[in-house]
Design a protein around this ligand. Structure first.
Ligand code: ADP
Length: 767
């Protein structure tokens, strides 16, 4: 503080002045970048006051000019330019700086010819001065001018060349500005993909260094862009961020106004005090208490005036904020409406797509069963795999839509995690073998045999992650590690890791791949297919369970996805231990607490894999609720001959669907009857004995749910399977509560269909 000695009597040497002023101006520049305008203004004024030397004074004035340019105070900028015109040696870099600020002023005032002249003059000076940093700023300015005069290709070329230099020389503010300009140019030239990238990069850099001046613009632009992409929720978040900066700036400006007002009042006060003093002198000898009263009244009125002015200011700023708030609320409501329309639309469209898809996959299956010629077979198989791909896409969209609309509820039921993990790996084994990959399970034996949580969601996460690991690895190893990370009374934290040694993911793409419809690049889509929805669903599910997903990856060095989830422990361990039924006799124990399983050698469950390289198996295969059968159970699988005598009632209103389901089942020697709606189904179930009912849900006269409720009043035993496309407004839980034994999502994959029917005929005997 010893530097801050004001007044003519105190002498501060030129080097000291220079040092102090430089420090203050540096701080002012940072404040300007952060849009802390009142702080910047105070600092610059402080520096100007210290700068007694004319060159140092001119340097401080330059920053003031920059402040006026940034805050749009054109009149004051013009005055400062006039004052500074002759302050510099015309070959110095300071003069170049001045010219650059002058060109910025011209650009702000739309005097583009004058701006061009100032830029060209700067170029001549810098050509001799060889200041590379300044040259970069000059080029940036030129590109911005090109942008203004609509010379887009030139602007783009300059900016693209400049950007790496700016980053290398750590001129981050200029780099973020260049990225923002590149966004503007490329979005004008229609290169939307790279333009979005530039905007995101600019936001990242500006957020890192608090470049609020840039962030204000970029948040608003990003919000607009997201609105166009119909990402309404995200768009609002960025609009809100924009408003925060905007309000901070406005408040700061108002505060500066209040401070100015306050200083004025103090000055008036001082003047009044002086005149009062004079009067006091004159009135010396008069009634002292009268004079004191006068002073007191003057001060009181000044205070009242200041309070009044302050209140007026506050009322005005409140008014501005109210208007802005109501605009934001309108915008949010509009976005919410749009989101709802989108969600309902997706729900209807995915539901509507399923019915014709049923005809496609069902009829293809029937044709394949009819011993087609080899060339026909090839076409039919392509038709089948395309159908399955479309199905998995529909499933993903439906899942994602549900998650976005917050329609996904978590279940809390007891289940055996070890069995889940083994089952998942066994069903993905075929897919792994196709790509010559080995699956290794490392399961921590200290994890309690029963946990309480949502087994379906956990399966869905693991299927997606392991499925991806298999898909993006060839001739490699996939490690699936499940460990207990923490233990509390009644709770257990489980850590999951899925690691592969496949192609890996580049660092830039690692955060983006968790966003919807994002893949590593267009070549990924060409080579591996997929939609880029899987990881977005996984991330949403993990977050829903209170966890967080992490990724470590290196190009060609493999990827490791990990997440942790808390599970509750059920009251007792009386439930059926699913582990008993797995042949794990060949399990290799590598350490006393972990069971390591190589899925390729060990799991002996039938190879019922339907997931192919382009489809991700959905969790329905594994979703039979584990609460359904309590007690210690023993499974007896029905044999094929036993199955062929079974009588099935198909309840379905659509004639094509009736025909397809019937033919598929008759192809396996089941005997079938058809009911056209729920009412007919109830009558049929009352009058005849069936071994299984396949129940459609949406039907005229009586729907499938109502029919099942009625059948359950007189028959609690007969297995009833819902054949339905579960829509966004239906919950699977509700189906089981009504009395369904299982759900087959429509249209189904054939293997899954028969597997579930087989399961329905599996006898459970309570031992
Ligand atoms: P999809 O697999 O349908 O394309 P995802 O959301 O599951 O969609 O994955 C998004 C992208 O992330 C993939 O396209 C791929 O580029 C990358 N990815 C995901 N998992 C891996 C992995 N284990 N190894 C390499 N890349 C992966």
């Amino acid at each position: 503080m010893q530097y801050f000695t004001y007044g003519q009597e105190s002498y501060v040497s030129k080097p000291t002045q220079q040092r102090v002023v430089d420090i203050i101006l540096d701080k002012a520049q940072v404040a300007l970048q952060k849009a802390n305008y009142s702080e910047a203004n105070d600092l610059i004024d402080g520096a100007i006051e210290i700068a007694k030397d004319s060159t140092i004074y001119a340097e401080a004035q330059l920053v003031k000019l920059s402040y006026y340019n940034q805050t749009g105070q054109l009149q004051k900028a013009q005055t400062t330019i006039d004052q500074l015109a002759h302050s510099f040696d015309q070959t110095s870099t300071d003069y170049a700086k001045f010219l650059l600020l002058k060109s910025e002023f011209f650009m702000n005032s739309n005097l583009l010819k004058e701006a061009e002249i100032a830029i060209s003059e700067t170029q001549i000076i810098l050509a001799q001065a060889r200041d590379t940093d300044m040259s970069s700023i000059l080029q940036l300015q030129r590109a911005e001018l090109d942008l203004k005069v609509k010379n887009y290709s030139k602007a783009k070329e300059t900016l693209e060349q400049l950007l790496p230099t700016l980053i290398n020389s750590k001129q981050f503010y200029a780099a973020a500005k260049a990225q923002l300009d590149l966004f503007r140019v490329t979005s004008i030239t229609g290169e939307y993909l790279i333009s979005k990238d530039y905007l995101i990069q600019s936001i990242r850099l500006s957020e890192k260094y608090d470049f609020n001046t840039l962030l204000k613009d970029s948040y608003l632009l990003y919000s607009e862009l997201l609105k166009e992409e119909e990402e309404f929720e995200k768009s609002i978040t960025y609009l809100e961020r924009y408003t925060v900066i905007y309000n901070e700036e406005t408040t700061a400006a108002q505060n500066t106004a209040s401070i100015n007002e306050f200083n004025k009042l103090i000055k008036e006060n001082k003047a009044l005090t002086v005149s009062n003093n004079e009067k006091t002198q004159k009135l010396k000898g008069n009634d002292a208490s009268y004079i004191l009263l006068c002073i007191f009244i003057t001060l009181l009125s000044l205070l009242a005036l200041s309070l009044f002015k302050n209140n007026k200011l506050r009322a005005k700023s409140n008014q501005v904020l109210e208007v802005k708030n109501s605009a934001l609320i309108d915008e949010r409501d509009r976005a919410k409406d749009a989101t709802k329309i989108k969600t309902d639309f997706l729900s209807t469209i995915t539901h509507e797509l399923r019915t014709p898809m049923y005809a496609v996959t069902g009829l293809t299956h029937l044709l394949l069963e009819k011993d087609p010629r080899n060339d026909q077979k090839e076409h039919l198989e392509t038709l089948q795999s395309s159908g399955e791909y479309l199905l998995s896409l529909i499933d993903n969209i439906l899942d994602f839509n549900k998650l976005e609309a917050n329609k996904v509820e978590l279940e809390t039921i007891p289940f055996d995690l070890h069995k889940r993990v083994n089952d998942i790996c066994s069903s993905l084994k075929g897919q792994a073998t196709d790509r010559n990959n080995n699956l290794h399970i490392h399961y921590d034996d200290s994890i309690p045999s029963r946990l309480q949580g949502d087994p379906v969601k956990i399966s869905q996460i693991l299927i997606n992650l392991i499925g991806n690991a298999i898909k993006f690895t060839k001739d490699g190893d996939i490690q699936i590690r499940v460990h207990k990370a923490n233990n509390r009374t009644g709770k257990c934290l489980i850590n999951f890791e899925i690691e592969d040694n496949g192609k890996g993911i580049s660092e830039e793409k690692q955060t983006a791949i968790f966003e919807n419809f994002t893949q590593e690049g267009s070549s990924t889509t060409r080579e591996y297919g997929g939609t880029g929805l899987g990881l977005a669903i996984v991330k949403n599910l993990v977050t829903l369970m209170g966890g967080d997903i992490h990724l470590k990856s290196k190009v060609n060095g493999g990827s490791k996805f990990s997440f942790e989830v808390w599970f509750e422990l059920p009251d007792s361990n009386k439930f059926y231990d699913e582990n008993q039924h797995l042949d794990i006799s060949e399990n290799k124990r590598t350490n006393p607490t972990t069971t390591e399983t190589n899925i390729n050698n060990v799991l002996k469950t039938p190879a019922n894999n339907t997931a192919n390289s382009s489809t991700k198996m959905d969790e329905n295969k594994l979703q039979k609720p584990e609460t359904a059968k309590e007690g210690v159970l023993n499974e007896k699988q029905a044999t094929p001959t036993e199955l062929s005598n079974k009588k099935i009632l198909i309840v379905e209103d659509n004639k094509i669907n009736q025909m397809i389901t019937r033919k598929i089942l008759e192809g396996k020697n089941f005997s079938c009857e058809v009911a056209n709606n729920g009412e007919e189904a109830v009558q049929a179930a009352k009058s005849k004995k069936y071994d299984l009912i396949l129940m459609d849900i949406h039907m005229p006269i009586k729907d499938g749910k109502q029919a099942t409720i009625e059948i359950r009043t007189f028959d609690r035993e007969i297995p009833i399977i819902a054949l339905t496309a579960v829509t966004i407004n239906e919950s699977e839980k509700e189906f089981y509560q009504i009395g369904f034994d299982d759900i087959i999502p429509k249209p189904f994959k054939m293997d899954e269909f028969f597997e579930k029917i087989q399961k329905a005929f599996t006898n459970y005997e309570v031992l």
